[in-house]
Write a protein that binds this ligand. Structure first.
Ligand SMILES: Nc1ncnc2c1ncn2[C@@H]1O[C@H](COP(=O)(O)OP(=O)(O)OP(=O)(O)O)[C@@H](O)[C@H]1O
Ligand SMILES: [Mg+2]
Length: 358
């Protein structure tokens, strides 16, 4: 394992073109040895490019990569000692499952007893024990992908295991169990795991730290709780959470108050120094409170619909043209026409030019 440092890394797939566009804009990042990370973002935002730069498949057009202080920017994939698992299975159909799992160790000349113990350990972790003697060709797509995953995990001395949407072809129940297994493997071996996904549930349930990307940029690095509580940009607020964060146009009206429609809302944000008075107020649907009557930080909104999701109700309301989503426990009695909604000051995030004012 190693600490991986990306220094001023940037990448363009066509650096000589006059209208060259960065697939990855310049950034610095340090991956802590033994960390469990997810890279999350919409299609085309640069997730695979970032991973491929770390493994050496792509050479960055700018910047340096350091593994434990050693510059590996010009080193090949094999010299970097990284394991990479791709979206679709990469296995040898002519070999048995056992030999597929053993292959990365056989290639590196490990002794037989060590190989056997590692193969058995990984096979057990991924519930592949019963298939070890079978030919890999005959397996289902998800079994094949498990073997790909196993081949990535069988070496425990790698700098990091990079996984690019590795569970896409796997059914949801198995996916959930595998993410838990991967977490256990990370805790047991202290291996650095980096998991690329565009699915926020996968990222939130797997990682200690999530790198949220948008359009070639890292927009926030944080724990699942930080991304939920204090999204640094409106994009993160919108991208993380189900439903997305409520975002409303508003105006600054005091040192920490904004005006939303005709209602003044106090927040915990210091607004005394801001230049632009046109702001956005963000609040999670989980934090809006249904109250009985008018009061401080409270709006009176029209109910448009109430959807029963089994474990909660999702209310859609309208206040002066703005659409509002409110998540409440299923047992909450929701009035039929109008509701009073309270905005707790500590849960209000205020954005200037789409960036959180902190
Ligand atoms: N080999 C390539 N040549 C030219 N452009 C590329 C190449 N690979 C990726 N790109 C472009 O670089 C940008 C980032 O692509 P990348 O594959 O890293 O995104 P991603 O986040 O992994 O997307 P997805 O979720 O669809 O896998 C995109 O605009 C993509 O079209
Ligand atoms: Mg990709």
């Amino acid at each position: 394992m190693a600490q991986i440092k990306l220094q001023n890394i940037a990448h363009s797939y066509n650096p000589d073109a006059t209208d060259s566009k960065y697939a990855l804009k310049p950034f610095d990042m340090t991956w802590v040895d033994g960390g469990r990370y997810a890279i999350l973002g919409p299609s085309g935002c640069g997730k695979s490019t970032m991973l491929n730069i770390m493994s050496g498949i792509v050479k960055p057009s700018e910047g340096r990569l350091l593994f434990d202080g050693d510059d590996v920017t010009d080193k090949s994939t094999s010299e970097r000692n990284i394991a990479q698992v791709f979206q679709f299975p990469v296995i040898y159909g002519t070999m048995t499952v056992h030999d597929n799992l053993a292959f990365p160790l056989v290639c590196r000349g490990y002794d037989k007893s060590f190989i056997e113990s590692k193969v058995n350990e990984v096979a057990e972790a991924l519930s592949l024990e019963g298939l070890l003697s079978q030919s890999a060709k005959k397996l289902t797509a998800d079994q094949k992908q498990l073997i790909s995953l196993g081949r990535g995990l069988v070496r425990d001395n790698v700098a990091a295991v990079l996984m690019d949407e590795p569970l896409t072809v796997i059914d949801p129940d198995l996916k959930f169990r595998l993410r838990r297994k991967l977490k256990e493997i990370n805790q047991k071996y202290k291996s650095t795991l980096i998991y690329v996904t565009h699915d926020q549930n996968e990222a939130m349930t797997f990682a200690e730290n999530i790198i949220v990307m948008d359009d070639g940029e890292i927009v926030q690095i944080g724990s699942p709780a930080e991304l939920f509580e204090r999204p640094k940009t409106t994009f993160v607020g919108y991208f993380i959470g189900a439903p997305a964060m409520n975002l409303f146009d508003c105006d600054a009206v005091g040192s920490n108050a904004i005006k939303f429609g005709n209602v003044e809302i106090s927040t915990k944000t210091d607004l005394s120094a801001i230049k632009n008075k046109r702001l956005k107020l963000g609040i999670r649907s989980e934090y809006l409170q249904l109250v009985k009557s008018a009061g401080k930080n409270t709006i009176h909104a029209n109910i448009e619909s109430v959807d029963d999701w089994g474990n909660h109700k999702l209310i859609t309301a309208n206040f002066e043209g703005s659409n509002i989503k409110i998540k409440v426990k299923r047992e909450v009695e929701v009035p039929t026409e109008k509701i009073y909604l309270k905005f707790p000051a500590q849960n209000c995030c205020v954005y200037e030019n789409e960036m959180l004012i902190s």
